[in-house]
Design a protein around this ligand. Structure first.
Ligand code: GAL
Length: 325
C-alpha cells in the first residue's frame, strides 16, 4: 500500500471511529465517560452547581437488575468530558406500579431555601396509564436520592416532563398532558415538593418539552407524540411564560425529523462574550435503549427565530459562551 493510501485508510478509520471527535462534542457518536463506559443519561437534564454541570438521565445499561430503575449522574466543567458520579437513584418499584413500571426523563432542581436537591421524573406503569411525576430528594447533588412520593401535577395526567428555571430563580415543570392535548408550564411550590400554579397550557399536543429564556423571549420546544420514533420538533415563542404563544414552526427541515432526535432540554450558557443555547436531544434506539445516542447542538436563535443546524462536531468555550462548528 502506498503511503498516501495508508494515510487515507487511517483518516477513514478515524472518521468511522464511533466515539467523540477529540476536542469536540460530536452529535450521534458514542459518548464515553471517564471510565471508558458509554454514557447513560437518556431523556436527561442538566443542573449547574458553581462551575460544574451535572447531567442526570435514565440509565438504560444492559445487565442491570430488571426489577429496579436507575438514574445516573455525570459531572463536567466543559460539557465534553464527563465523569461518572453515581447511579444516584436505584429504585425498586416504590408504589406497586406493577410490572414494566418506569422512570423517565429525570430532572433535578436545587432548592436554596431547604438546601435540598429535588429530582422530578415521569413515573408510570408499563402501559403509561398512571401518568404521574415522582419526586426524590437528596442533600447532595450526586445522591443518593431518596424517593418521596408520586402525584399528578395539578391533578392532571403528566407524561414527558421538562424543567425550566427562570432568570429570577423560579422553578417550573413542563409536562405533557392528555386529554388536554397540550403541554403545561407550571410553577413549583416554594419547597419544590409540589406543583403549584399553571402558567400556560401551550395548546399543542407535544411532549419532550423544553423552555429557554433568551433576549427577552421565551422559546418552547417540543416533539410530536410519536413514541420512540423521531418527528419534526417545533418551537413557539412568547414574551411571558403565561403566553400568548406564537404558532409552532419547525426547528429543522421537517423531512429530516430533527435529525433523528427528540428534544429533552435547552441549556443556556451565558459567557463573557456571548450567550449560547444548546439543544439537547435523544436519538432513541428502542430495541437497544442503552445504545441510544445524544444529539446536542448550539441553536441559531434570535428575534423569535430558531434553527437547529445540521449536526456536526462542535466546541464551546464555557467562559466566553462562544460555540463553534
Ligand atoms: C416518547 C417519550 C419517551 C418515552 C417513549 C416511549 O414519546 O418521549 O420519553 O416515553 O415515548 O414510547
Amino acid at each position: 500500500m502506498s503511503r498516501l493510501a495508508a494515510c487515507c485508510c487511517l483518516a477513514w478509520l478515524l472518521l468511522l471511529r464511533p466515539g467523540n471527535v477529540s476536542g469536540a462534542i460530536t452529535p450521534g457518536a458514542v459518548w464515553f465517560d471517564n471510565r471508558g463506559q458509554q454514557i447513560q443519561a437518556h431523556g436527561g437534564g442538566i443542573l449547574k452547581v458553581d462551575d460544574t454541570f451535572f447531567w442526570f438521565g435514565e440509565d438504560r445499561s444492559q445487565g442491570l437488575d430488571p426489577n429496579k430503575r436507575y438514574v445516573s449522574c455525570y459531572a463536567s466543567k466543559d460539557l465534553e468530558h464527563w465523569t461518572f458520579r453515581d447511579q444516584v437513584l436505584k429504585l425498586s418499584d416504590p408504589e406497586n406500579f406493577g410490572p414494566g413500571w418506569l422512570i423517565e426523563r429525570p430532572k433535578v432542581f436545587y432548592n436554596a431555601a431547604t438546601k435540598k436537591y429535588v429530582l422530578y421524573a415521569h413515573v408510570d406503569d408499563g402501559t403509561y396509564k398512571l401518568a404521574r411525576v415522582g419526586i426524590a430528594i437528596s442533600d447532595t447533588v450526586d445522591g443518593n436520592y431518596r424517593y418521596l412520593k408520586s402525584f399528578r401535577p395539578l391533578g392532571l395526567e403528566s407524561r414527558d416532563i421538562g424543567q425550566f428555571i427562570d432568570d429570577d430563580g423560579t422553578a417550573y415543570l413542563i409536562f405533557e398532558s392528555r386529554p388536554t392535548k397540550g403541554f403545561v408550564i407550571a410553577r413549583l411550590s416554594p419547597d419544590y415538593l409540589n406543583v403549584e400554579k399553571q402558567m400556560s397550557l401551550v395548546p399543542a399536543p407535544l411532549e419532550g418539552g423544553a423552555v429557554v429564556h433568551y433576549k427577552g423571549l421565551y422559546y418552547v420546544i417540543g416533539s410530536h407524540l410519536t413514541g420512540w420514533s423521531p418527528n419534526p420538533n417545533v418551537y413557539a415563542t412568547a414574551t411571558s411564560l403565561e403566553g400568548p404563544w406564537t404558532e409552532f414552526k419547525n426547528i429543522a427541515p421537517p423531512a429530516l425529523k430533527t435529525y433523528n432526535s427528540q428534544s429533552s432540554t435547552l441549556l443556556r450558557i451565558i459567557g463573557t462574550k456571548t450567550t449560547s443555547v444548546i439543544f439537547m436531544a435523544d436519538q432513541w434506539k428502542p430495541k437497544e435503549l442503552w445504545d441510544s445516542r445524544y444529539l446536542w447542538m448550539p441553536l441559531q436563535i434570535d428575534g423569535g427565530q430558531l434553527l437547529l443546524p445540521e449536526p456536526r462536531p462542535w466546541t464551546i468555550d464555557i467562559n466566553t459562551g462562544e460555540a463553534k462548528y
